[in-house]
Ligand binder design. Structure first.
Ligand code: BGC
Length: 373
């Protein structure tokens, strides 16, 4: 049969229309866990060709391809080509869903309803990112939604990693035609518990593995942050950012002050702190904006959460080779983790992270991508 060019083109347009409607286009294999269970990878694409690949192992965002100001696509998140990479290098939590409690719990214990709960000490004396087998290391149950979203469910048993109550966590990823990666989190519990969920993607808007992130220009909608002790546990103070290297109320390059002789920068080995977001209400509000001048890529972070952990990849040291065998050196990715303040279970003055039976934890984060010329 003879097919004209225009015929081919309209076929392509038709196909792209189908893909836009059903963005979660593909399910593929992503390797096997040590216990033999299979992990999968799901590819979400939008009508502009932006593509996110997400695995049901840890709900990890494995890759995220967005255009620069010239229209050239690059993968802007750090990660690995295969499941094996994630299994061998769990330390940085690249791209993963974090729970039951994202960030640190001081002394790895907390009191809830008069009872002390001990959680794993996996960060010195403290507990980090849900313990030794947090949600980032679990195989979630995936469902491709008719609207193109990817729904991931994980049921965390009562007592798992020391936390009370069976917690059912449902996280839905959507890649919208407005170039947003939208993450909707829901959780319910059958007993009083604490919950703090986030995503731990490391971004480099030049492209993962293309050098450091020090030239990225950051704005954070916060006039206070939570200073920390030597174990990166908040002291409880909400300190003004004014006159400090933590003031990102005006757009400032990450590298402009990161080496200043500031006690808090020394403790974090750079930025590894929680900003107290200025909020108008409980809805989705812009928390931060990041612009990378050479590519023109812009990332906006929207959240309903009270805090934003801004971490500049200070613990990356060049020992990890990621996708395409590229080396992830010091400060070559940054994370913007929307969340409650660290150690909230032990800080009654911080917004509460307690979830009770009958209540529903619901929060949305949007990573929105655009370009400036
Ligand atoms: C923490 C860092 C930690 C990193 C990787 C971030 O959320 O704030 O201190 O090194 O996660 O675990």
């Amino acid at each position: 049969m003879f097919v004209t060019t225009s015929g081919l083109m309209s076929f392509a347009v038709l196909l792209s229309g189908v893909f836009a409607l059903h963005a979660a286009t593909k399910e593929g294999d992503f390797g096997k866990l040590p216990d033999g269970r299979a992990a999968h990878i799901y590819t979400l694409v939008n009508k502009g060709g932006v593509e996110a690949r997400i695995t049901d192992y840890g709900g990890i965002v494995v890759s995220l391809k967005t255009p620069d100001k010239r229209g050239a696509m690059a993968d802007i998140v750090l990660g690995f080509d295969s499941l094996d990479g994630y299994l061998k290098n769990p330390g940085p939590y690249f791209g993963a869903l974090i729970g039951r409690y994202a960030n640190r719990i001081g002394q790895a214990k907390f009191v809830l309803d008069g009872k002390t709960y001990n959680v794993p000490k996996n960060d010195g004396a403290n507990s980090l990112h849900g313990g030794t087998q947090g949600f980032d290391k679990r195989l979630w149950t995936a469902k491709m939604l008719p609207d193109g979203g990817l729904e991931l469910t994980y049921v965390s048993k009562d007592g798992e990693e020391g936390y009370p109550g069976t917690l059912t966590a449902i996280v839905v990823y959507h890649l919208t035609d407005a170039n947003e990666l939208r993450i909707d989190y829901t959780a319910t519990s059958d007993k009083d518990t604490v919950v703090n969920l986030t995503n731990h993607s490391y971004f480099n808007l030049k492209g993962a593995g293309s050098g450091d992130i020090l030239g990225h220009i950051v704005t954070i909608n916060a006039d206070r942050y939570t200073p920390v002790d030597s174990g990166l546990i908040p002291t409880g103070e909400l300190r003004s950012v004014t006159g400090t290297p933590f003031d990102f109320q005006k757009a400032t390059a990450i590298g402009a002050r990161i080496e200043q002789a500031d006690e808090q920068l020394k403790l974090g080995k750079g930025y590894d702190h929680n900003w107290v977001l200025k909020r108008k209400g409980d809805g989705l509000e812009v928390a931060a904006r990041v612009e990378e001048p050479s590519s023109g890529r812009v990332l906006e972070v929207l959240t309903m959460q009270p805090g934003l952990q801004f971490y500049t990849g200070n613990f990356l040291d060049g020992t990890i080779k990621g996708k395409g065998n590229l080396v992830y050196a010091h400060r070559t990715g940054f994370a913007m983790e929307t969340q409650h303040y660290p150690d909230s279970p032990n800080k009654p003055a911080f917004p509460s992270v307690v979830l009770k039976p009958g209540q529903s934890y619901k929060t949305t984060t949007v990573y929105r991508f655009s370009v400036v010329k």
